[in-house]
Design a protein around this ligand. Sequence first.
Ligand SMILES: *Cc1c(COP(=O)(O)O)cnc(C)c1O
Length: 427
Amino acid sequence: MIKERHINTNCIQAGYTPKNGEPRIIPIYQSTTYKYDSSEHMGKLFDLEESGYFYTRLQNPTNDAVASKIAALEGGVAAMLTSSGQAANFYAIFNICGAGDHFISTSALYGGTYNLFAVTMKKLGIEVTFVNPDITEEELQKEFKSNTKAVFAESISNPSLVVLDFKKFSTAAHKNGVPLIVDNTFPTPINCHPFEHGADIITHSTTKYMDGHATSVGGAIVDSGNFDWMAYADKFPGLTEPDESYHGITYVKTFGKGAYITKATAQLMRDLGSIPSPHNAFLLNIGLETLFLRMERHCQNALEVARMLESSDKISWINYPSLKGSKYYDLAQKYMPNGTCGVIAFCINGGREAAVKFMDNLKLAAIVTHVADSRTCVLHPASATHRQLSDEQLKDAGIDAGLIRLSVGIEYIDDIIEDIKQALEQV
Ligand SMILES: *Cc1c(COP(=O)(O)O)cnc(C)c1O
């Protein structure tokens, strides 16, 4: 048996193995269509009887190579790229939920995901129940209904930095015959392996650390292949009964462990079309090659910054899950012992006004609506990403009105510390 390669090697090598004389790096297949010699061959592709490329909205060789690299990093059986993290989370749920269905999500979520679930999914007739991430097992059990089809959570929530209690949520999901879907954007597969802790499906906003250079918005969905759809066939007819829009194919029977991703491609990508451009997938691939190096430095730098902030008398509280004494320190040690992410949440004494003053005085760290790239940046969620939320909803999502989200980059640590110190002094 061939020894499995280390994840660091897979960051560089997985997904594309050129044959003799072929390009060393995955080429950008900037082509909408693919040419065939016979209409019979083309027909078989359309019937999903043979695999092959025919139209880039469904599949593209550049996109597929990058998707299979991400599948390898997460230890999944199949993956697909989407044009954004939003599309990934939407497809991940919509692939198994329709009008009249229900799912459970933790309330500690990225603002865009919260809106997607609470507003847009509701318009489609899909109901969500938000639960506090600290909910007890007994209380969580009470939230399941006969039409519940999934449980959703972020492994580390953006921006509140709640570390997911995988055991609690995966146990509840599986006891009720539904998959656990985990958005693993913040720790990335370098720091957290959700499939080893009971997650069935993983989503990503590849826009963040995976791209890492703030060049390309993108997303991904990875399937572990572990969830037994047939065991709960009546809950998931879309996977376990014939698809009349695809000549009566039953995804689980025809594609086995590949069923979930094949259905998402054949139905959702076909009909909704949130495909990334091959050029963006190419850029994402370059980001992935150094993901393990960058994550290590992000975490080292963030821990130093967190320790400095913790000792400052200008700070009312700080949350960084790798910092001893943080509320989620124990969960972080359990599920991501090598590090969490480069994002720190903290509150300056003086609330909203002081927060704005601090941010405006930063010189190296930039104010941007982004996190998790190589450059240090800051954001005030209450006036940016989460501004649609009422104070009540903000509180539910674990966000203080004076909360600052600091995304520590990979610049030289002394320069980062120096910048934060001088801005704190102005407050
Ligand atoms: C940014 C983000 C998203 C949304 O991703 P986009 O690529 O911006 O569409 C989803 N989940 C998490 C945890 C995020 O940080």
